[in-house]
Ligand binder design. Structure first.
Ligand code: ADE
Ligand code: ZN
Length: 349
């Protein structure tokens, strides 16, 4: 870890501008969850896929969820419009443009191959389309981007093995493996063998754990799957020994405040535990999860959460710095990004 700059106090009314201006990485974003209603309707028309909503606003009005499963049902329905490699490329470019506007210098993008192979598409269609957008990101969007393939945890481990097999010819286009979808009832240990195989193959490992399910899911993501980062992890706060473990090991949590609000994990943003986690020494980051569905991209997550929790410029630096330190980028690129971050904090007025 390199030295951190002295953080100057700044006026509260300047904090949102600092949050927007600071360079950052996004480590928890499902590309299918970035599909905005406008692009969904355009792709539906291009691919002749019927939608049950009359227009974009009617679709947006349906984005009211009581829990993760209610969201996953409508998210899955939206993915039906994706048919060709070009569709995946267009969706990823639309996200990268939004990320660039939020000063994201690096994104690690989740995708669920199984959702699309379940609709008859090939893994190549999905991965090649997304990867082309990531490969062009430095030139087109002034940022880097890589891909993390998430297994769907409501499906079997055998199906996850099959998904891994299908991805292997495209191994070089994927940096890591993750675990997403319906959490409760599908604990990490269900995927012990396929994660062991992915580890042997050299993939970086992450998993959603402790979004809705109890701390035991985070323990088994760490001890059985041996992941390097926990996606969400907000339920860790209910287990003191787990908090100590996460702090001691500097295990990153990719926290998604607006997602947690929309899926009723916390009743209000003011009751979110991000500030308590950071002040306890947890290596948290802020992320958008499914920005088209949850009311905001990365900077909206930052500005709304900082406003609701009264967080400071020091918290902002810590979160941005954590996002680079927790990323899977090369050390030399990370050092360059951290220099850019430090420069903003040194010169911001
Ligand atoms: N897939 C897309 N978004 C998700 C989330 N928040 N939790 C689990 N799986 C997901
Ligand atoms: Zn997620």
């Amino acid at each position: 870890m390199t030295a951190r700059p002295a953080i100057k106090p700044i006026a509260a009314d300047r904090l949102p501008d600092l949050l927007r201006a600071m360079p950052k990485a996004e480590l928890h974003m499902h590309i299918e969850g970035s599909l905005e209603p406008e692009l969904m309707f355009a792709l539906a028309q291009r691919n002749q896929v019927p939608l049950r909503f009359a227009n974009e606003q009617a679709l947006r009005d349906a984005y009211v969820f009581n829990n993760l499963q209610e969201f996953l049902d409508i998210y899955h329905e939206g993915t039906m419009v994706l048919k060709t490699e070009q569709d995946f490329y267009d969706m990823a470019c639309a996200y990268l443009a939004r990320a660039q506007a939020d000063r994201v210098l690096h994104a690690e993008i989740f995708f669920d191959t199984q959702t699309h192979t379940g609709h008859g598409l090939s893994a190549e269609t999905v991965i090649n389309g997304l990867h082309r957008a990531c490969a062009e990101a430095p030139e087109k969007f002034g940022m880097t981007a890589s891909l993390i393939l998430c297994f769907l945890r409501h499906l079997s481990e055998d199906e996850a093995f099959e998904c891994l097999e299908q991805a292997l010819p495209l191994r070089d286009k994927i940096v890591g493996i993750g675990l997403a979808s319906s959490e409760v009832g599908h604990p990490p240990e269900k995927f012990a063998k396929v994660y062991a195989r992915a580890r042997q193959l050299g993939f970086r490992l992450v998993a959603h754990a402790g979004e809705e399910a109890p701390p035991a899911y985070i323990w088994s993501a760490l001890d059985v799957l041996r992941v390097e980062r926990i996606d969400h992890g907000v339920q860790a706060i209910h287990d003191t020994a787990l908090m100590q473990r996460l702090i001691h090991d500097r295990t990153p949590l990719t926290v998604c405040p607006l997602s947690n609000l929309k899926l009723c994990v916390f009743p209000t943003l003011a009751q979110h535990n991000l500030g308590r986690m950071l002040d306890a020494g947890i290596m948290a980051t802020v992320n958008s999860d499914d920005p088209a569905y949850f009311g905001g991209y990365l900077n909206q997550n930052f500005t709304q959460t900082f406003d609701a929790l009264g967080l400071s410029a020091r918290h902002a630096y810590t979160l941005a710095r954590n996002s680079f330190d927790a990323s899977f980028i090369d050390a030399s690129v990370r050092a360059r990004y951290v220099d850019q971050l430090d420069e903003v904090f040194e010169t911001f007025q």
